[in-house]
Design a protein around this ligand. Structure first.
Ligand code: SD4
Length: 342
């Protein structure tokens, strides 16, 4: 794998790697608010839903919940909610978390049969003395709150899973053959062809008209994972972190690597030290690579961050990560993230 790639600037990990121009090229000037940013281009639809709230002076917390419910309900999004690819046993298990400007947090892990995991996470935050519920307990709580059981495995996801079962090769660093790759016999290593990965986990962070921040993250996790496996996405500090004094960050990609460095919290702490969102994301990626070397270089992780000025930025291990930003009624702009491997 490494032979096909060149790791850029590994030897200069300690040095600031982005020019001032780079740092601000993906950011607005002054305080931009309201603003919503999300991982992955197809989530312009999620941003638009969030904007319906933000554009009417609504609260960032309500905006991010409403926004991420769009891919959760979309059967064609095979990484989130309904239609998400299942685990190796054919079960769709969802992870989600939410955090507001007061450091209120809620999370569900390995939740089955409920489409809107993010709304269950919000109720964990608002209606229980706890911050995380997992598996059958999360389902029990959801049912007690009036959520309805649904079969989350769509015919398409079931078909993909059955195809995978023919080899049952478990490799969380790869994804199975998707529609465009029907003839391919082996799992495809990162970086995945962009046609194969039309979208992925949604992490969304927003600042509302009051200048308050919130974030949400929701996913069906890595396809064909072990039953019960939990990634970074529902873990506050890993898949999402919000500090209303500083900024907010979220992540996508191989959760095992993100958890190891408390990724999103790390990004926020780096912004607290004065780094721009883009540079903070880059430093977090560099930390993963410094700790893990090739094991991190061969996978994909992307971080996305927003600070209190409404500046935003991203950075990824591999080419291919993108994100969308909405600051007005004209809709989202999509940006390609910078990355470290080429
Ligand atoms: C996880 N971070 O479960 C999520 C999945 C993801 O690209 O983002 N996949 O590890």
């Amino acid at each position: 794998m490494l032979s096909r790639r060149k790791f850029i600037q590994l030897s200069s990990l300690a040095a600031p790697l982005l020019s001032v121009k780079d740092v601000f090229s993906q950011s607005g000037k002054g305080i931009t608010k309201p603003i919503v940013i999300s991982t992955w281009a197809p989530n312009v639809k999620a941003n638009a839903e969030a904007w319906r709230i933000l554009g009417n002076k609504g609260r960032a917390l309500d905006a991010v919940e409403a926004g991420v419910k769009i891919p959760e309900a979309d059967p064609n999004d095979m990484s989130v909610g309904y239609g998400g690819l299942p685990d190796r046993d054919g079960k769709v298990t969802l992870d989600a978390c939410i955090m507001d400007e007061f450091a209120n947090i809620g999370s569900v892990m390995a939740l089955e049969e409920i489409i809107h995991a993010i709304s269950v996470a919000r109720l964990v935050m608002e209606k229980t003395p706890h911050v995380q519920l997992a598996g059958p307990g999360a389902l029990q709580f959801a049912l007690s709150q009036g959520f309805k059981r649904e079969n989350l495995l769509t015919p398409q996801s079931e078909k993909e899973w059955k195809e995978w079962l023919k080899t049952s090769k478990y490799d969380p660093m790869t994804i199975p053959n998707m529609l465009e790759q029907k003839d391919q016999k082996e799992p495809v290593p990162y970086p995945w062809p962009s046609a194969m990965v039309n979208h992925d986990t949604i992490g969304m962070v927003a600042m509302d008209d009051m200048g308050n921040l919130s974030g949400a993250c929701t996913t069906s996790g890595m396809a064909y994972k072990m039953h019960g496996r939990v990634g970074d996405s529902p873990i506050i500090g890993a898949g999402l972190y919000v500090d209303n004094e500083v900024g907010a960050a979220t992540s996508t990609g191989v959760g095992e690597e993100v958890v190891r460095i408390c990724g999103s919290h790390t990004v926020v702490e780096l912004m607290r030290q004065g780094l721009s969102p883009a540079l903070a994301c880059r430093k977090a990626v560099e930390r993963m690579i410094k700790l893990r070397g090739k094991k991190a270089m061969d996978v994909q992780v992307g971080f996305l961050a927003l600070n209190k000025k409404g500046q935003y930025g991203a950075f990824a291990i591999q080419k291919g990560f993108n994100y969308c930003v909405q600051t007005d009624n004209s809709g989202s702009k999509v940006f390609d993230s910078k990355y470290i491997m080429a």
